[in-house]
Design a protein around this ligand. Sequence first.
Ligand code: GTP
Ligand code: MG
Length: 197
Amino acid sequence: MDITSAEFVVSNSRADMCPQTHLPEYAFIGRSNVGKSSLINMLTKNPKLAMTSSTPGKTLLINHFLINKEWYLVDLPGYGYAQRGKKMMEKIQKLIEYYVLEREQLTCLFVLVDSRLDPQRIDLEFIEWLGENGIPFALIFTKADKQSAGKTKSNVSRYLEKLKEQWEELPPYFVSSSEKKTGREEILNYIEQINRS
Ligand code: GTP
Ligand code: MG
């Protein structure tokens, strides 16, 4: 799929204030610093679209980007960044929960995990919570450029083995690098396939 237009629409601190349209939404979630905003920039080929930072906790609001005037990419704040303080963490947690559970337009939630790490409990718990609530999701293993292809492959296999302990069926998954621009076609084709169905 070709992205012909990508425009920032609005940032919200409340899920019930998000755009009042019925266009499908594809949102990105994961731990702070995993690369959600960078991935949105890579997919849209616009390095300035979503704000990124080497310091965790950059994205604090729900950000809607209108793609091809037909669907949205949604950048969410990261979870699990304790240094923000307890109050802020709870606020972000609520924001995420409300968006994920109540947003009818949410068509697929992409859960980003760092391809270099062992399965993290916070992500596994989040994935379990998605399952309990019947939220459609796919996994993206990020920052694949930071290690060899072989290492990424073995980490992904280990992750899937771990998920099999919890799930009868594995979710769709992708490997990405925003740095090397890998995974773009696969992720966009997946979105296109859902949009057409
Ligand atoms: P929060 O908004 O804080 O939750 O973080 P985020 O998940 O949006 O992460 P962000 O996209 O801001 O990226 C965090 C850092 O990781 C930045 O320094 C990025 O340049 C870097 N980064 C993101 N994706 C990649 C990648 O694929 N490869 C490499 N090498 N670095 C990446
Ligand atoms: Mg971000």
